[in-house]
Design a protein around this ligand. Structure first.
Ligand code: PLP
Length: 227
């Protein structure tokens, strides 16, 4: 568990270096520690080292972890593909959902968000690589979905999320990140109050920070390889 503390320090250093090089403040960038396929003890170790934002991909795996960890100020981010029959648990358990890509899912999360909880923070997932098998709304349909989600009172629309193709070159990754930043900028110019760009993982966090990311989702670099 000493390793997790060291790894977190290294990730924070990488963020700081990339931010300084880009003329940004490191505290504009939130590190979401992706704990999928890692045990509760690993999450506790990261928490002890000051980490507060955690990401999970699978509701069935996340629910018992979230319910067994009653730690103050913990924020849970859902970053996996959303099946309609899982929205009720997602709306109840999580603080953020990064992967909304269709209105049906947004409507369900809005209806199912418990009345005692704050509005659910939402990012729209955009599929910029236009990989047909991948989740995410196409670039030319983002505006319509953003406009519809803005009207849902139990959701708080925060921004956009994307994932480059798995085997993308550095040039492609940069192009994808810059395109997402451009879409956000144009939506902000149209009056949408978006403050979040969720992009960047263990291998490409520097590029993401350079391109304007405000939330990086880091698994391997903090917790090591997944089993
Ligand atoms: C698993 C996952 C991550 C973390 O990836 P690493 O390469 O381990 O940092 C980030 N985002 C999403 C959507 C993921 O599914």
């Amino acid at each position: 568990m000493i390793q997790i503390t060291d790894h977190l320090r290294q990730v924070r250093d990488r963020v700081k270096k990339a931010a300084v090089a880009a003329g940004r403040a490191a505290d504009e960038i939130t590190i979401v520690a992706v704990s999928k396929k890692h045990p509760v003890t690993a999450i506790q170790a990261a928490y002890s080292a000051g980490q507060r934002d955690f990401g999970e991909n699978f509701v069935q795996e996340a629910a018992p972890k979230i319910e067994s960890l009653a730690l103050p100020d913990l924020r849970w981010h859902f970053i996996g593909h959303i099946q309609a029959n899982k929205t009720k648990d997602i709306a109840r358990l999580f603080d953020w959902v990064h992967t909304v890509d269709r209105l049906k899912i947004a409507n369900r999360l809005n209806e199912q968000r418990p009345h005692y909880a704050a509005p659910l923070n939402i990012c729209i997932q955009v599929n910029l690589a236009e990989e047909p098998q991948k989740s995410g709304v196409a670039a030319d349909e983002v505006g319509e979905l953003v406009g519809a989600v803005r009207n849902l009172s139990r959701l708080r629309l925060r921004g956009l999320m994307t994932m480059p193709p798995v085997d993308a070159t550095a040039d492609t990754i940069e192009a994808v990140f810059l395109e997402l930043a451009g879409i956000k900028r144009s939506l902000v110019a149209q009056g949408f109050e978006l403050d979040t760009l969720s992009m960047g993982m263990s291998a490409d966090l520097e590029m993401a920070v350079t391109c304007g990311s405000t939330m990086i989702r880091i698994g391997t670099a903090i917790f090591g390889p997944r089993r």
